[in-house]
Design a binder for this molecule. Structure first.
Ligand SMILES: [Zn+2]
Length: 437
């Protein structure tokens, strides 16, 4: 059983929910009989069968993992689980890795009941995950059932970036085919247009016009954005995605920028920022990434400067596999480029170096300043992959989105939750779907 979002649990304190979650997944444990043992937990979560639960495999709240993993090696072992469960149920709270009890000094402030339950617009959602998971009907079923409990008023569905080696060739019409609720909007372009973008940058005038015509035709179908466009997409081990990039001075990228501006559509881009040429970081080895990463920050700024009238939504702030997208860098870029927006993504597992929240669920000061300084430039983009294995593993992440909002001034929170998205995307009312291909 998985802890669902409940305003009541939230209203009291962040830790109440964690405790509730633990109690929920260990019903009866306090009464000893019938409760899950460490062995049972390992059996249900240990996907690779190495006898312990890695961060990636953990299917409960990330904070709980940090408390279980006492030695911080990234694995929850039977011994650690045993110690944790005993501690948890002997006195009602588990110690953190630093030995302090939750609620002590340095933990996040309790969250007010009135701050919970913001209506969210999720601007970055996929159906299906890995290339072979293409049952969009089943994915739509799952999304439909999840949206209300997650307080998501509107979800923007994007086809995944499809680089050369990614066999998952599809675009907006396939997503549109399964849409069965006015809670959804559809973006497009990563299939048809991506095919041309992810290839060589020396294109003829003819190819440019062909691309423009394809982009315009797509804009007229009622899509609400172009994307997801992989400007620089590092593959992450275990995620099953592939490395791919678009040259940032690609003439077709500028054509896309022109068409997007003409139709008032933002472009959702994925760019793992690389400030300077560097060797591939260790944690990214073995996923098919190149051994040497090429600097892309200056190229990205040139692209933003050339396309000043085009709204660019840079996805995944707070979620990059490298540590370079800091709050400081984001503030610098937002200060220089009025056409730049960002979508916030929270990790489903443990925090990453670039995460906006720490392992205790507290919004980091530098991100709080960033969101408050640029209150109209951020939206949510969860990268939920409905219908995939990942989506079933992490049911609690939207509790974290509400927690982030609750730690911001209410007017900033409302902007980020939904109002900015309504300004940036032409979401309209009712069904923004058409059968035109
Ligand atoms: Zn995505």
């Amino acid at each position: 059983m998985i802890c669902a979002w409940t305003p009541i649990a939230f209203g009291r304190a962040r830790f109440t929910c964690i405790a509730a979650c633990l109690a929920a997944f260990a019903p009866g444990l306090a009464h000893a009989q019938g409760g899950p043992s460490p062995e049972k937990m390992i059996r249900t979560m240990d996907d690779d069968g190495d006898g312990r639960i890695s961060r990636d495999e953990w299917r409960r709240l990330p904070q709980a993992f940090n408390r279980v993993d006492r030695n911080g090696d990234g694995y929850a072992t039977a011994e650690e689980l045993d110690a944790f469960l005993k501690m948890r149920f002997s006195d009602g709270s588990a110690p953190r890795r630093d030995g302090n009890r939750p609620g002590g000094e340095g933990s996040a402030p309790p969250l007010g009941a009135k701050s919970a339950g913001y209506e969210i617009i999720d601007t970055h959602v996929h159906l299906g995950g890995a290339p072979k998971q293409r049952d969009f009907d089943a994915a739509m079923e799952e999304a439909l059932s999840k949206l209300p409990e997650r307080h998501i008023a509107i979800a923007v569905l994007l086809p995944l970036p499809q680089h050369g080696r990614n066999p998952n060739k599809y675009d907006h019409w396939e997503l549109r085919r399964v849409v069965r609720s006015d809670r959804f909007r559809v973006a497009g372009g990563s299939g048809i247009l991506g095919k041309m973008l992810y290839s060589a940058a020396n294109v003829s005038e003819n190819e440019k016009e062909e691309f423009r015509a394809a982009a315009e035709a797509m804009a007229k179908t009622g899509i609400v954005a172009f994307g997801e466009i992989g400007l620089y997409h590092l593959a992450t081990p275990r995620a099953g995605n592939v490395f791919g990039f678009t040259p940032l001075d690609h003439p077709l990228l500028d054509v896309l920028g022109e068409v997007a501006a003409k139709y008032g559509l933002p472009i959702d881009v994925h760019l793992d920022v690389v400030p300077e040429d560097m060797d591939l970081p260790k944690q990214l080895q073995g996923a098919g990434n190149p051994g040497r990463l090429r600097a892309n920050l200056e190229g990205f700024e040139r692209f933003l400067t050339r396309n000043r009238r085009t709204k660019i939504v840079w996805a995944h702030v707070g979620f990059e596999s490298t540590p370079y997208r800091t709050a400081r860098l984001c503030a610098d870029l937002l200060g220089r480029h009025d056409n730049l927006f960002m979508s916030i993504r929270l990790p489903r597992g443990s925090p990453m170096p670039s995460s906006a929240m720490d392992s205790g669920g507290r919004l980091k000061d530098e991100f709080k300043r960033l969101f408050t300084e640029f209150p109209e430039r951020f939206v949510f983009g969860s990268e939920s992959m409905y219908g995939s294995r990942v989506s079933r593993l992490y049911a609690n992440e939207f509790v974290m989105y509400q927690s982030l909002l609750a730690q911001l001034p209410p007017e900033v929170a409302r902007n980020i939750a939904s109002e900015n998205a309504r300004r940036i995307y032409p979401l309209g009312g009712g069904k923004a779907v058409s059968s035109v291909r």
